[in-house]
Design a protein around this ligand. Sequence first.
Ligand SMILES: [Zn+2]
Length: 173
Amino acid sequence: MRKSVSGTTRSAGRNMSGFGSEDPREMPAHLFDRSLRVNYETAVPADTGKQNCSICPRYWYVDAIFRCVRCDAAFSFSVTEQRAWYEDYGFWIDSLPRHCPACRRDLRDLKAVRQEYDDNVANALRDGDLESKKQLARVIDRLYELGGELPPRINRNRRRLALQIARAEGGAA
Ligand SMILES: [Zn+2]
């Protein structure tokens, strides 16, 4: 995936300034697409050799403010995070965060809890003991708390569990 950028920058000359290689303010706008603000005075040079890009690397990391698409909060995508994203994690150079840190945490939780649901739903409903039914009910409640879009059958299964738990605790099971 990695490509050399020499050649693309050398011949560009002054009028193109090679994707902002000399001046962070001349970096292509799409590298900060949908940002509310880019604080150019925070710019630090990047190690472009560690980046995954096709033609246009990020020569600089620059603190930038974005708006979260989930909760609408403004959040900072910092120089430090950018270096981690593009040099350590190997994220594609055009990728940008769409969510604030709190929403990213929620979405990660949501994914993990959803996995726990998927792993346990069949057994807990069919022949799980009372504790495993209660645990699955808690998992579903957590899913609703995290506010993901959930298929209707999860809601139906939550009602089935409530019924099963009530019966078991009433001694009828
Ligand atoms: Zn958010």
